[in-house]
Each structure stands twice: as C-alpha cells, then as structure tokens.
Design a binder for this molecule. Structure first.
Ligand code: 5AD
Ligand code: SF4
Length: 473
C-alpha cells in the first residue's frame, strides 16, 4: 500500500494494522498473548505521552501489564536532572539478563533523555540489547517505528531535532477513566539557564483551540470530569497561533463544556501570569483552587542569573494579587537549591519567600548540572556539602509550613473527587479536594469518579482523614 496520500494519522493507523498482524502471528506461534509495559519517568507531560504510547500498543494488540517482565518494554525517559538519567541506565543494565531469558522481547526508549546525542551514542555502544530509540518530537510515529524494527530486525533509531508538526486523532488510553491530562502546547522558549527542557522539547507550539476543545468534549463524553491542561509554560499559550488567543480565553471556552467539573493546569511561569488569567480564575468555579507557581529561588540576584525574568518582589506581588482575587487558593512551587553562585544570603531570601507565601507544598530540588545549558559553565558551583545542608534546612521549613497551611480546612466540609479504593484499607476511598490535597474517607468503589462532600476530621501533615458528609452528624 502506498502511504504518501494519507494524512499522518491515517499512515500511523496503517502501521498499527501491520503491527497487529505481526502480534497475532507471534501469539499463535507462542500460544499465549503478547504483553507490553510502559515505564514512565518525569513530569505530567511524560505521563500524558505514556497514555498515548499505551493507546498505540493496545491498538497493535498487546496486553498491557505493570511489570517489566513483558514482551515489549518501553521506557519514557526524563533528563531534567542527572539522577533521572542514572535510573534509566540502571534499569537498562538489569534488562540485559531479562532479555537473555526472553530473546524475542523488544526494549524501546523514548522521551527527553533520547534528545541528547551523548545518550544515544552511549546506548549504541554499551546497550546493544535496546531495539528502538526515538525522541520527543516523533512519538506519533511509534507504530511505524515498531513496524520498522520487526521488519528490518536491527536497532532502529529515529531522533528529530525539532518539529512544527502536531499530529491529532491518534489513539490513547487514559490511566484513570474520570481524569486526564490534555496537552495544550509543546516545547518551551524560556531558556532558564539551568534547564535542559528547551533543548530536548524544542520551541513552543500551541495546539489549535478547536482541537483542544474537541479532545476535551470527547473525553467528557467518555466519562472524564477533571482535566489537567499541560504545557511547559501555559501562560504563553496561543501567542504564536495564526489567530492568537490568550490562555485565559482558552480557559473560558473550556469551562463552558457541559459535564466537565474540574479544570487544572500546569505549569505557570510567573513572568507571564496575566491579570486576565487571575480574573478568570476568580470567576470560573470549575477552575480548581490551586496554582503551581515555580519560584526556583527567592533571591533576585540568582533569579537574574537563572534568566527567570522576575524579581523576588515581582513574585510576592503576584502572590498578593492572586490571594486577593482567590482568597482560599493553594499555592505550590518548585525550588532549586545550590544554583551556581548561590550564597547563604541568597538562600535566606528563598527561605523568606517560603515563609511569606506559605505554600501548601513545595518540590525542592538540588541543582543538577546539565551539559549544554548556560549554568553548567558558570563559575562558583556550590560545594555538595553546603548544598545538602541548605537542602535539608529548606525541606524542614517547607514541611513545617505546609503541615500548618494544609490543616486550614480541618472541621470543614469540602468536595472530594474520589480516585480509588485505598490500597491499605479497603473500607476507605482516596480522593482529592479542589486544591489537590489528598483525603481518605469511608466509602466504596461505586464512588470512584464522583465528587462527594466530605467532612475533614483531621489533617495529617499533608493529607486528611475524613468522613462522608452524609454520615457526619
Ligand atoms: N537542576 C535542578 N532542578 C531543575 N529543574 C529544572 N532543571 C533543573 C536542574 N538543572 C526543576 C525546576 C523545574 C522542575 C520541573 O525541575 O525547579 O521547575
Ligand atoms: Fe525549563 Fe524554564 Fe522552560 Fe520551565 S520555563 S521548562 S524551567 S526553561
């Protein structure tokens, strides 16, 4: 069949069908189903990509399993910090033995780490048991690449440097039936000086609002009630479209979708967070009472070196504005400790912001040098013991403050979206409040995917034990 005249999605469905035939043949030969597993590292963006990979694998006929003892294992990698890379190499090393026992097994790698040429060189040299390698820009070609691997019978490598292509309408499999991530844009143009993302995810590209709305409407028709809009910098959504549209306007349109109950989004860059967005957040009840607003550092001097384009004062002012418009909003953040040249005074500024803002939670990271980023060649890299000490002090402050801040809803009734039966105590269910705090309370499977009012009895640092409000007297 000639595939040139087809749309990209149609071409990919053609390859899915070809692969499906192959899977069926293998299953007949082996007399058992072929299994596949997707192992995800990193952020929400990767989690979403993994749903797409799973959708394609299922379409091809694989039975999905949770274990790496599968006939097809794909690692969706992250490279934001060195640790993430080390973990992947560790897992791959172990897989060598596993593959020896099941020689027909296929191992694939994709995601951000594959966009680094040194990584691919290392894999080619020292990890010959890997069958398929691709990057972040061509995951829509997954089926075609599997087809190449099974027909050519050699290691297949396909990495693109960048792309302006966004392929719509491919299969995807949602991890939860009631909530999902929705990509609204890809890539990042900000070039924070420590960050490798703009190099591995490419330039910013926004999806068309019609395509986003259509995807959400379909998801809602399928039972989804909560969505998380995803992008590296959602606040600059739509600026480069032929018909520009603001993120705030996109949110307004999305909130009109009947049946959709909760809207979340991440990540927001403080420099692009508009007054229009704050207004929409205060007006639209469907928008959750939570904002993830990465601080990175509280020191204006360090923020400048990080190329973040805001000062400590700008950040605090923004928080003030948000709290005025949305008084009960929960704020969470990302903080990096030990950026090159960070002094004790700079670190104290970070602690000061932490105290002043009162985050519901903060993800704290030790600065990790990423080759190719401007910060990697900056002078004054901070010694490891100093960084560790600051990191521990920060973690301690963040946790103490978060425990206090989180408990502010104790003895109130809040809406909780039930996500699952508690794995440790099946008489309980676990869900999340609008502000993303986890709540465990009495309930059963029938509540999954429903929003239930819950009386919050006691706060245990970062989660609540509650009681279905209907049972509370
Ligand atoms: N070192 C440590 N943390 C980093 N992050 C991004 N790059 C690095 C790095 N080189 C953190 C930032 C970002 C989060 C996703 O990861 O805090 O917000
Ligand atoms: Fe990295 Fe900065 Fe882009 Fe976030 S905004 S992905 S930290 S470069």
């Amino acid at each position: 069949m000639l595939t040139e005249h087809l749309t990209e999605a149609e071409r990919q469905y053609y390859y899915m069908e070809q692969c499906h035939q192959w899977v069926k043949e293998q299953e007949e030969k082996l007399g058992r189903p072929l299994t596949a597993s997707v192992i995800t590292f990193g952020c929400q963006m990767n989690a979403r990509d993994s749903e797409k990979l799973t959708g394609i694998l299922e379409k091809i006929g694989y039975t999905m399993v949770d274990s790496e003892k599968a006939d097809f294992v794909i690692y969706n990698t992250c490279t934001v910090r060195e640790n993430a890379n080390l973990r992947v190499y560790g897992r791959l090393g172990q897989m060598k033995q596993v593959k020896k026992k099941n020689p027909s097994m296929l191992i694939a790698l994709c995601g951000c780490m594959m966009q680094e040429p040194e990584v691919v060189e290392k894999l080619k040299k020292s990890y010959r048991h890997v069958d398929l390698i691709f990057g972040t820009h061509n995951i829509f070609k997954f089926a075609e690449l599997i087809y190449r691997r099974i027909t050519e019978n050699t290691m297949v490598i396909d990495i693109w440097k960048d792309t302006d292509q966004i392929v719509e309408d491919l299969p995807n499999d949602r991890k939860y039936p009631f909530k999902t991530g929705i990509n609204i844009m890809f890539g990042c143009n900000n070039f924070c000086s420590y960050c490798i993302v703009p190099y591995v995810r490419g330039r910013e590209r926004s999806r068309l609002p019609e395509d986003i709305i259509k995807e959400i409407e379909n998801a809602v028709a399928d039972g989804v009630v909560e969505i998380m809009l995803l992008g590296q910098n959602v606040n600059s959504y739509g600026k480069n479209l032929e018909n520009p549209i603001s993120f705030a306007e996109l949110l307004r349109r999305i909130c009109k979708i009947d049946g959709l109950l909760r809207v979340r989004f991440m990540t927001s860059h403080p420099k692009d967070l508009s007054d229009e967005l704050i207004q929409v957040m205060s007006e639209e009840p469907k928008i959750c009472s939570h904002l993830h607003l990465p601080l990175q550092s509280g020191s204006t001097r360090i923020l400048t070196k990080m190329n973040r384009k805001y000062s400590k004062e700008d950040y605090l002012l923004l928080v003030d504005k948000l709290r005025k418009a949305c008084p009960d909003i929960s704020l969470t953040t990302d903080i990096i400790v030990g950026f090159p040249g960070e002094t004790e005074e700079d670190f104290q500024e970070t602690l000061d912001v932490v105290e002043k803002v009162g985050y519901d939670s903060a993800y704290t990271f030790i600065y990790s040098k990423r080759t190719g980023t401007p910060a990697a060649v900056m002078e004054d890299q901070v010694p490891e013991d100093v960084v560790k000490d600051r990191f521990n002090r920060l973690l301690d402050r963040v946790q103490t403050i978060a425990a206090k801040v989180c408990s502010r809803h104790e003895n109130t009734v809040q809406d909780v979206l039930v996500e699952e039966v508690n794995s440790q105590d099946p008489s309980l269910v676990t869900g999340r409040m609008s502000n993303n705090t986890v709540v465990h309370f009495n309930g059963d499977e029938s509540m999954i995917g429903k929003i239930v009012p819950v009386y919050l009895k006691s706060c245990k640092n970062f989660y609540y034990m509650g009681e279905a409000a209907a049972d509370h007297k």
